[in-house]
Design a protein around this ligand. Structure first.
Ligand code: B12
Length: 131
């Protein structure tokens, strides 16, 4: 099973004065999955690498994932929804999963404005995502 995690290409400006950072959610989820034997995990850091939608589509097409997961805080929700829309377009058979603080609270709104999202994981994702 190939799992691809994507950090959306959202830039807030302010907090990034200090530079780029590795998103913690990816390490937490990937570590847990690896412990359970899922080792075919890929990370696309669309934010740090400033990937365009076309770049992201090409990477997903190349990787052919079974699962695509992304994250969102409130300001990045539309970018995250777009990530999974692109996944639907280029790898339609992959399960599309969203987690993070925004979807945890706003899942009803997100699922109605972005019906191409298959699953929202609310709260801490390690065990739920593995299951
Ligand atoms: C650390 C932090 C930062 C650091 C990030 C450093 C890094 N290495 O990642 C810095 C200082 C850079 C930062 C910046 C910003 N931050 Co900040 N930050 C936090 C903080 C304190 C912790 C986030 C974190 O890493 N937690 C640990 C990880 C492991 O947890 P997690 O991301 O929630 O992921 C877990 C679950 O949510 C879930 N999950 C998450 N994603 C996914 C995806 C899938 C597929 C699945 C299955 C599960 C899943 O599983 C994970 C493991 O359990 C939170 C507050 C908080 N306590 O959560 C605010 C917070 C996330 N930040 C916030 C904001 C507003 C910002 C900025 C927009 C501020 C600004 N104006 O510039 C910027 C955004 C920059 C950007 N481009 O994204 C807000 C978001 C509010 C909202 N409504 O969305 C929060 C909630 C603080 C607050 N209460 O206001 N931040």
């Amino acid at each position: 099973m190939r799992i691809v995690l994507v950090h959306p290409n959202y830039h807030s400006g302010g907090a990034e004065i200090a530079g780029n950072w590795p998103p913690a959610w990816v390490a937490y989820l990937a570590g847990h999955l690896k412990d359970a034997g899922f080792t075919d995990i890929h990370f696309i850091d669309a934010m740090t690498n400033d990937l365009s939608d076309e770049d992201l589509a090409a990477r997903l097409k190349e990787l052919k994932p079974d699962v695509v997961g992304t994250t969102a805080i409130t300001p990045s929700i539309y970018k995250a929804e777009r990530v999974l829309k692109i996944a639907k377009e280029v790898v339609p058979d992959a399960l599309r999963v969203l987690g993070g603080i925004h979807a945890t609270f706003m899942y009803k709104q997100v699922l109605s404005e972005a019906p191409w999202i298959d699953v929202i994981v609310r709260g801490e994702g390690e065990e739920i995502f593995l299951n």
